[in-house]
Write a protein that binds this ligand. Sequence first.
Ligand code: NAD
Ligand code: GLY
Length: 364
Amino acid sequence: MGEAVRVLDVALGERSYPIRIGSGLLDNPAPLLAALGRRRAFVVTNETVAPLYLGRVLAGLRANGVDVSAVVLPDGEAHKDWTTLNLIYDALLSGMAERSTTLVALGGGVIGDMTGFAAATYQRGVPFIQIPTTLLSQVDSSVGGKTAINHPLGKNMIGAFYQPKLVLADIATLNTLPDRELKAGLAEVIKYGLIRDLTFFEWLESNVERLLARDSSALAEAVERSCRNKAEVVAADETEQGERATLNLGHTFGHAIETGMGYGVWLHGEAVAAGTIMAAALSRMLGWLSEADTARIAQLFARVGLPVQGAPLGADRYLELMRHDKKVADGQLRLVLLKAIGRAVVSSEANEAQIRAAIEACGG
Ligand code: NAD
Ligand code: GLY
């Protein structure tokens, strides 16, 4: 075991749950056992993560008397769909999973989102636990209870709010993550600084090289500070009636890139980075963000090696795809924009010509 385990709470009354962050957590099954109501579980993972980590999770549970099965799905955003989701239901039904059986998501955000949706819907809801193994899933998708699959016409369009019982973020799993995925995760880390935590943004500017070098204490610090921000927002606005929407900075543009290019061509974090650059450009056009801060944001993304230009879909296609966004209300496009670094707002103030201009200014 590396450094001390950092524990945060997502405060949601009787549905509150802990987030445990540390190095080597997969080798300590005690918190997992404590969170399993009954001694029956299904671990859902994919073909990439299974050879790396499934054996350790299964061994820890079995050694403690848990009756546990594994469901191994194909890997990739392109499989975040009904067909693959059905494989989870098939395994649960043929394995006689009951209402008290816990689903454990072991993998990145795709596995977490699909397993969570399966848990929300199987027999109208069974307990579930998140063991996120990508940076993106440790800082964002495993926390807060958004679960979903994609539809060919829109990202994450079919889903439910359904909170886990426990989030276990083992920083050591990030050692096997491809560089491109690590960088994509940093897009969501930077997001927290941009929307509500200037001090964290400044810390990131000072520590980006340590993060890229996978310094475990820097990674643990970034995961903890990100999760703290996310937990505060979720506790205040679980079902996105207000502030939670700011967590989608860059996502309306980014989802258009992901859907428009075909799921999996751009990584989610890459699309969010380019989308954030577009949101910053639009905030600049509205006179909210200074020229210097707009450049400062692009510089940090560039230092990480994330895209600072959008996919060249053409503004018409962006706008068509963006109209499917979940923040559209009464047909009106609402966007997360920046008043300053560390201060995001949800606004419908930008008109179509301005949105179009921001997309085109950023290579879209
Ligand atoms: P991912 O789940 O596709 O994982 C990225 C890749 O890394 C995959 O190939 C995966 O198999 C592999 N992988 C996972 N852990 C690994 C490890 N430790 N070592 C080596 N390889 C590993 O992608 P992601 O970036 O984790 O998640 C993106 C998804 O999360 C998107 O579908 C996005 O919509 C969703 N998301 C959801 C929320 C939410 O609140 N629910 C928030 C943000 C993003
Ligand atoms: N990733 C956005 C949210 O959880 O609300």
